[in-house]
Design a protein around this ligand. Sequence first.
Ligand code: AMP
Length: 129
Amino acid sequence: MSVFTKIIEGEIPCYKVAEDQHHIAFLDINPNAKGHTLVVPKKEVNKVFDLEKEAYHNLMDFSYRVAKALEKSVACKRVGLSVIGLEVPHVHVHLVPLNNMKDIQFTDKVALTKDEFIALAARISSEFK
Ligand code: AMP
């Protein structure tokens, strides 16, 4: 069982941003930038291009809605999107508020307190439509 399935099943906590029947979005625990969010299909599939086409499109539609909420709630030049999955073998879209190129390079990380994570998740969530 992946760490993300454990989150989906409520076994471990997350800073939830949005959810529907088939997806969940929560803050990355080791963010590249403030507001770095992961969008995850609830069905555990390893690689993004192993998804059925419909599930892939649904994931991208859900990510679009989360990205719109991020744009409204986190100051940035734009929201970047990346799919990697080398660490967690459960499909996830990284949405990263970008101010410069290094924000999407997964090298420099920002440290946030628990209260900052909670406030950030609440702010993004309030803009999610
Ligand atoms: P990757 O599989 O290379 O796309 O990276 C996995 C991402 O998941 C990394 O950015 C981690 O910081 C993030 N991550 C791992 N475990 C958790 C967790 N329990 N809660 C939130 N984010 C996580």
